[in-house]
Write a protein that binds this ligand. Structure first.
Ligand SMILES: [Zn+2]
Length: 106
């Protein structure tokens, strides 16, 4: 199987010791550690879902687990555009639930 060579860091010389995967939020466009972002995947069958494991195959998009970013990603259709698909209502609720849970921790 050929590995899908995603964004090789253009600045790899600066952060030689860093092993964390950096992804960009579709809403605020801030780079962040993959672990701190929520991954949303459009699977081969067209279904869009939240990927809690981060390993689901399919076209993925990342968004910060923050209300502002999730709102922006949904309302400005950034998520749908990034995934090239429709974002179902159920997924929006799932994302909102993640935000609520995160807020409760603080
Ligand atoms: Zn963000």
């Amino acid at each position: 199987m050929r590995t899908n060579r995603q964004s090789l860091s253009p600045r790899s010389n600066e952060t030689g010791e860093s092993k964390v995967s950096i992804r960009t939020c579709v809403a605020c466009r801030e780079p962040a550690e993959k672990m701190s972002l929520v991954r949303i995947v459009r699977r081969a069958d067209g279904e869009v879902c939240v990927d809690a494991s981060g390993k689901m195959p399919g076209r993925g998009a990342y968004v910060c687990a923050k209300k502002e970013c999730i709102d922006l990603a949904i309302k400005h259709k950034r998520l749908g555009r990034a995934l090239r698909g429709e974002i179902p209502e159920s997924l929006i609720r799932e994302l909102e639930a993640i935000v609520v849970n995160n807020d409760a921790e603080h």
